[in-house]
Structures are given as structure tokens and as C-alpha cells.
Design a protein around this ligand. Sequence first.
Ligand code: GLC
Length: 483
Amino acid sequence: MVHLGPKPPQHRKGTFTDVSPALMSTLKELESQFTVSGETLRKIVDHFITELDKGLSKKGGNIPMIPGWVMDFPTGKETGDYLAIDLGGTNLRVVLVRLGGNRDFDTTQSKFALPSHMRTATSEELWSFIADCLKKFYDEEFPDGVKEPLPLGFTFSYPASQDRISQAVLQRWTKGWSIDGVEGKDVVPMLQSAIEKVGVPIELVAVINDTTGTLVASSYCDPEAKLGLIFGTGVNGAYFDVVGDIPKLEGKTAEDVTPDTPMAINCEYGSFDNEKVILPRNKYDIIIDEESPRPGQQTFEKMNSGYYLGELLRLILVELAENKKLIFQNQDLTKLKQPFVLDTSFPARIEEDPFENLSDVQELFYDYLKIETTVPERKVIRRISEMIGERSARLSVCGIAAICKKRGYKTAHCAADGSVYQKYPGFKARAAKSLRDIFEWPADLEDPIIIVPAEDGSGVGAAIIAALTKKRLKEGKSVGIKA
Ligand code: GLC
């Protein structure tokens, strides 16, 4: 049977007769600003490949292409108890992973809500918050203590350079984080000393990116898994390269490493096109960038990741209401004018509204923003949300296509995780369709490169990587650049 993936959601054509001509023409203009043709996607992918290569070169480029020092594929026979923590956008997740040794595992986890000010708190506050959560979890799970310190894998999902797996020098914060005194520093001693202060026997053995964790956890269960991807608050991917194809590692690896040794690469491709030569940015993208804590950075991510989709919608609505005076007339726009007041669940819920008169959208705007909407306004809001969601899916697969082309993968399972992948309506179908537009597979060919749901990368992946690291160390093998 030919599998062409689920059908993308269709917007409701021909139902805009009650929308005023002025609003309609603005909508058309927006449509042209948010539409990315197959041809444009293919051009983006070509440039993307060049940039991935540049990132691996000695000179380097915009895309960091960070070697993650995971140099073994998991065998599935790894055993033992490991702790994993994942510092996400809204939660800190602590996971106890028991690797069973037969491609099996058990997990127990707790989620701790990050206080809302944490994104901009002080460095000490952040590390002691994490250490306190670890202590709470440890006290609950190990009331009788442990014989040996528990190895910890820390999923730190920001661009961090690593000379070895137990080091992570934060290059810069992304996704709206901005804590002073961390950029340019190794986060490991900071966290380890906070852990020592609370007095729990936990040893930080590996710092990993969420994409690397996703890649490793998924390849543990599925040998066809070639990419680990996150479509969430941020957007990024990891894959296995070989050391011989990474010019910037030349002369830097230890004797046990050969040119065909695998090496997990955390691409950090959210920073693709920071020099702004190929991505079709529109004025809303430019505002998002200029008003962000790190203007000029993460150009690709700012156009398609979950952190920005609600804000894109908000900026457009403010313009339509305030500057163009086409919607929400004589209403209080105070709430709507608050930056980032709409998170990604907003356009997602708008797209999901099943009612012809979009009554869910009506409720949402009233409950949340105290704005009354008319039916034509709601249709326009819905169409704008579709445009934002569709562009996000189309752009975000460019990274997948570029890696597959670069590594010559004709078939692949691309293991994906993240809130946008999991929850944004239509994302999966739109992403699959966009891959088709890029690769131009014949209509009767089943999609050879597919996006599949990932295993828990930041829990199980971090634990497996901690296990692989312990094993390498025990065997006297290297876990970083040569000493
Ligand atoms: C941002 C981070 C990156 C992470 C991605 C997904 O792009 O810089 O490290 O993998 O978000 O969480």
C-alpha cells in the first residue's frame, strides 16, 4: 500500500464572503508573506547543507555542529540505575531510569514546575533550585540511601561546547532564557557544587543535548532511527557522523578514536542563516528578533519553533487591530499588547476549533484577552494561525532534509519529540507533505524518510549515555578531546 502520510488539514476556502475587502486584502498580503513554496524549500535545504558542512570545518560557521562525545551505539545490554534531569522551558524533570539489559527499561519521574522568573533568575538560584529538586527526588526514591553514587545524565538543551562529555560551556542562552554569569562558563562545576551543598550522593557524568538524547534513546529501540529531533520550544537536530568527516576534530582525538568512530553531533541548527541570506523573513520575524534578548541569533528557530508561534500571531493581531484598525475596534487591547501573552497553545487551539462559527475561538479570546470577536474576525484569525502553523512545519523539516542529503540517507526514521510535534494540530501531516515537496518523491513511492515519535530522549537517552560513558571510562577509553 502506498503511504502518503496523513492528509494535511485544509483551510476552509470560499467561506470568507463576509470578510471586508480591506481585511481580505490584508489577509492576502499576509498569505504571501507566510507562504513558502517547494522551490524555496529546496533552495533553503541546499544552503543548509553548506552551512552544516561549514559548522564542521576548522574555521566553523553559524551552525555550531557540536560533537557530543557519544561515540558508541547502544547495544541494548546496558544495565543499572541512572538519574536523568531535563531542564525544559516550564519544568525540571527528574527521572530514575533502570536499564534492564535487554533493550528494556523502567522509569520513575517527577516534574517540578520552574518558577516563572527562572528564565531570568540568577545563576545561583538556578543551580540550587535544580539541586533541591534532585534532593527531594532522591529522598523519596532512595530512603535507605545508595551504596555507590548515582550517575547523573544532565539534559541541558542549549548550545554548549564540550571538550569532553562531562563539560558544557554555554555558548549563549536560547529560547528566551537570559541568566547572567552562565554564558561562556562550564555548567558542570556549578551544578555539581550545588549538588554537594545539598549533600546527595549523585555524580554528574554526562551532559547531553535533548536532540542527542532523543537520537540515542530512539536508536536503542529502532536501528532505523538516524536523526534525533526536537520540534518544541526550540528546534534542533542531532545525528551520528564519523570522526573522519569532522575536520574540526582533526588531531584532537585520543588514540582509541579512529576515522570511522561514530560521533553524535548536536547541530544547534536553530542558528541556521544568522547571516540572513536565504530565509524568507517577514516584518513580524524581524520584530521578534529585534525584541528578543539575543537579536541576530537563532534566526531559523525564531521563525518556526514553539516559543515564537503565539507571539507571531499576537504581533499580527496587534497590527490589524491597532495600526490598520481592521479588527477588534473599540475594545481594550491591553492584554493583547503584552509580549508573549499568547503561547503556542493559542494558535493550536484556534486551528483545532471544530465549529463552523468558531465558537471555541470566541471563548478563547474572551476568556483570555477580554476581546469580543465577530465571525469574520474569527475566520481571519483562524486563517492566520493556519499560515503560521503551516510555515512552521514547512521550514522546520529543512534541517531533516539537509542532514539526510548530507549523509546520503535514502531512507530514514527521524525520531521526533517536543510540544509542537506532539501537540500542534496538523504538524505531522504538514511536515510529511513538506518533505515530499523537498525530495520530490514519485507519487507512487512510499515516503522513504519519515518522522516517527521518539523514545524519551532526555530521560532514557540521558541514562543510556551516562551508561555508555561509564563503560568507556571503565575501559580506559576517551570521552573527550585528547589530554
Ligand atoms: C534550542 C537549543 C537547543 C535545543 C533546542 C530544542 O535550539 O539551543 O540546544 O536542542 O532548543 O530544545
